[in-house]
Design a protein around this ligand. Structure first.
Ligand code: HEC
Ligand SMILES: [Cu+2]
Length: 335
């Protein structure tokens, strides 16, 4: 129903809702269906509201007239009132029928297709970050990344949601509605992005202290750029080459406690408790949207994650500032 959309830009302008984390600025097929349903609800419910007020005003006027001195006595059944009530009941039935039909249609259009062309991506919620796995090609190689979901425009993605601990909720308002990520259960959500750009997702279910810092950067790319990105992510981490500082950073990283919790493919670091860092420097932000990605941000995070994201499950490892800097330099070379 295109014509209800004229209400929505007005609403969006009023509330400043348009943007990278917004239900009124859809960038995907599913979000557009939901916005359409919202438009119908607004129209039907505002119509009903206006009618209730009109009915109330009419009743007040009638009462005013009926109690005026010399007013004729009206015996029940009052014909005017009965007719108004019948029309009112009819409008309620029509309004509810419209809403039920539209919501059924919207619900059907969100059904996950059994589309063999769909790109399957596994997304797992953890306290307080997102593990993202792209099973690539037929050889079964899995590309893992974290906190940044890249999607090709125009192609349906089947998001298989899981959780490593408590219930989280996957929510990228510009693309689709919320779906819970529940331990021991695979909920599936389909996303068909239609517009390229950066969007912001956010865990939508309180999951502990740092729930607010459990964001997700979402980047919709033209298909060819997406393929190039995935190809790059599938490669192991770059070696330090001749750079002795980078080599020292890599040595500190892969021989210390970091390697017990993080994977950097191509090195001895194979821990799975935290995010995969193989191409960490290619991401836009750090620690699920807590900091923008930069060498300084990395150094600060490595030196004292508990100060930046209190309660995070990454402990503050005791390390000298020089070592933290060397590791930060190494990690920021991992594009
Ligand atoms: C006990 C396990 C553990 C150890 C040890 C550990 N980390 Fe982490 N690390 C985590 C967890 C869990 C997260 C996710 C934190 C969050 O976002 O709340 C994380 C997040 C990170 C991130 C941000 C990743 C992203 O996707 O934004 C970086 C970078 C990082 N760790 C580097 C290090 C380095 C360097 C060391 C060694 C000095 C280290 N970690 C030691 C568990 C660990
Ligand atoms: Cu949460």
């Amino acid at each position: 129903m295109r014509w209800t959309w004229f209400l929505l830009p007005a609403l969006a302008a009023l509330s400043g809702c348009s943007g990278i984390q917004s239900v009124v600025s859809p960038a995907g097929r599913e979000a557009a269906h939901l916005l359409d349903l919202l438009g119908w609800m607004l129209v039907v419910c505002s119509g009903m509201y206006a009618l209730v007020l009109a009915f109330l005003a009419w009743g007040l006027r009638r009462r005013h007239r009926a109690t005026a001195p010399g007013a004729p006595v009206v015996e029940p059944p009052d014909k005017g009132l009965m007719r108004a009530l019948a029309i009112w009941a009819g409008l309620i039935v029509i309004g509810l029928t419209v809403l039920i039909t539209r919501s059924f249609v919207a619900d059907r259009s969100l059904a996950v297709p059994r589309d063999h062309e769909a790109l399957t991506i596994r997304v797992t919620g953890h306290q307080w970050w997102w593990r993202i796995e792209y099973p690539t090609s037929s050889d079964g190689v899995v590309v893992e990344t974290a906190n940044e979901l890249r999607l090709p425009a125009g192609r349906t993605a089947r998001i298989e949601l899981g959780s490593g601990d408590v219930i989280h909720s996957f929510w990228v308002p510009n693309l689709a509605g919320k779906t819970d990520a529940i331990p021991g259960r695979a909920n599936v959500l389909s996303l068909t992005p239609t517009r390229v750009g950066w969007f912001r997702g956010q865990c939508g279910e309180y999951c502990g202290t740092q729930h607010a810092h459990m964001a997700l950067d979402v980047n919709v790319l033209p298909p060819a750029e997406f393929d190039a990105w995935l190809f790059g992510q599938a490669a192991p981490a770059l070696g330090p080459g001749d750079d002795r500082d980078l080599a020292r950073g890599r040595e500190l990283f892969s021989s210390g406690p970091c390697a017990a919790c993080h994977v950097v493919r191509g090195t001895g670091a194979v821990g799975r408790a935290g995010p995969d860092l193989t191409h960490i420097a290619s991401r836009r932000s750090l620690a699920a949207g807590t900091l923008p990605m930069s060498r300084g941000g990395l150094q600060g995070w490595i030196a004292n994650p508990q100060a930046l994201k209190p309660g995070t499950l990454m402990p503050t490892v005791s390390i000298t500032p020089a070592d933290a800097d060397a590791i930060a330099a190494y990690l920021s070379s991992l594009r």
